[in-house]
Ligand binder design. Structure first.
Ligand code: S3P
Length: 171
């Protein structure tokens, strides 16, 4: 399975970026990194704490640095946070450094997948469904503009999604 570039997964909360990223990396025998997880490890605190103490701006600054660092590694699979595409320079950095795959899903699926999560501070800023709908309206065009390809994750299981990504990113 040689010859594939670094694969960068973008998409909203609950699209399955971590699950699919881990499976995809295992299938391709590559290292998997999750930018939120790396930020937490480096900071020694979880995302909710970082938002509380440093605000969203502080989190985004950490995220920007982490994305640059991780996206620069060769031949990995990288799952990004849902807001990774909010900054223009992040979008450019991701596009330059790998094949960007947009994992698209429905808001209904996002609600189901994030319902019990306590570590996604944006979902506590209002009614979660409305928050997700507003974020979708703002970010869907940005995911599409950043991605080389879009794969839906709400219509079949993770294994089928992984197979589609491999098929469509093969050179
Ligand atoms: C965020 C998504 C989260 C995390 C943070 C902000 C967002 O990542 O980075 O809570 O802005 O959509 P996931 O997409 O992995 O949940």
């Amino acid at each position: 399975m040689q010859g594939l570039p670094t694969i960068i997964l973008v998409g909203p909360m609950g699209a399955g970026k971590s699950t699919i990223g881990r499976l995809l990396a295992a299938e391709l025998k590559r290292e998997f990194f999750d930018s939120d997880h790396e930020i937490e490890a480096r900071c020694g605190a979880n995302i909710a704490w970082i938002f509380d103490v440093e605000g969203e701006r502080g989190f985004r600054d950490r995220e920007t640095l982490m994305l640059r660092e991780l996206a620069g590694r060769e031949a990995i699979v990288l799952a990004t946070g849902g807001g990774a595409v909010m900054r223009e320079d992040n979008r450019q950095a991701l596009r330059e450094r790998g094949t960007v795959v947009y994992l698209a899903t429905s808001v209904e699926q996002q609600i189901r997948r994030t319902a019990r999560d306590r570590n996604r501070p944006l979902l506590r800023q209002g009614n979660p469904e409305q928050v997700l709908r507003d974020l979708f309206a703002k970010r869907d065009p940005l995911y599409r503009a950043t991605a080389d390809l879009t794969v839906r994750t709400d219509r079949r299981g993770p294994k089928a999604v992984v197979n589609e990504i491999i098929r469509r990113t093969k050179r």
